[in-house]
Design a protein around this ligand. Structure first.
Ligand code: ITT
Length: 201
């Protein structure tokens, strides 16, 4: 059997890696930066998802052989003027603390009837320190008043996708793999690979 092409996800968030594995199935051998302890932490100093995805993709692919895919993503809430946006990961005051992030979101939204929001995801594909392509995905929905569900990660217990009555965390991994912002961005990546736009991958 031919070897699977290897794709290194430029993330330390194991949930993202697992979700990307789940979406891509067995098309690729998927690793992430936790498999390469020598790689440095990349500072996310950009003010857009694209800038931060680029920093991660180029920062990692300049130091490692092979295809690198970076994901920068977050939640954009209309009543909060787009917050938490690119600062989704540290909204509650502590980087990567999902419980604190959700508590802050519940409190900021307590007096808002307008609940519309979307998850956004930007992927940057890079090789040898050069950007090859970018992909985007979004899923519309609304912010619940109370958290519900144990699936997914981050704001999933507070996000009800449009057309559903349950939160993303209630819907579970298979459904999230079909409808999430990350799923849509990865599907766009896959159709570019399948159509031959990304040669040698
Ligand atoms: P890396 O930078 O190492 O990839 P990170 O978690 O810090 O990991 P981001 O900077 O892209 O990644 O921040 C993404 C944050 O947005 C994440 O921590 C969650 O708070 C939120 N988020 C993104 N995708 C999400 C999803 O599918 N479900 C729930 N929350 C999500």
């Amino acid at each position: 059997m031919p070897e699977l092409p290897r794709l290194i996800i430029a993330t330390r968030n194991s949930h993202k890696t697992q979700e990307i594995r789940h979406i891509l199935g067995d098309r690729f051998e998927i690793l992430d930066v936790t498999d390469f302890p020598e790689l440095p932490e990349i500072e996310e100093t950009g003010s857009t998802f694209l800038e931060n995805a680029r920093l991660k993709a180029l920062g990692i692919s300049g130091r490692i052989d092979g295809w690198v895919l970076a994901d920068d993503s977050g939640l954009d809430v209309d009543a909060l003027g787009g917050a938490p946006g690119v600062w989704s990961s540290s909204y509650g005051g502590e980087e990567g603390n999902h419980a604190k992030n959700n508590l802050r979101l519940i409190s900021e939204m307590a007096n808002h009837d307008q609940r519309s929001a979307r998850f956004l995801c930007t992927l940057v594909l890079a090789k040898n320190g050069k950007e090859i392509a970018t992909f985007h995905g979004a899923v519309e929905g609304e912010i619940a008043r109370q958290p519900s569900g144990n699936g997914g990660f981050g704001y999933d217990p507070l996000f009800i996708p449009t057309g559903y009555s349950q939160t993303m965390a209630d819907l579970g991994a298979d459904k999230k793999s079909q409808l999430s912002h990350r799923a849509k961005a990865i599907q766009s990546f896959v159709s570019n690979v399948s159509s031959g736009n990304l040669l040698n991958l």
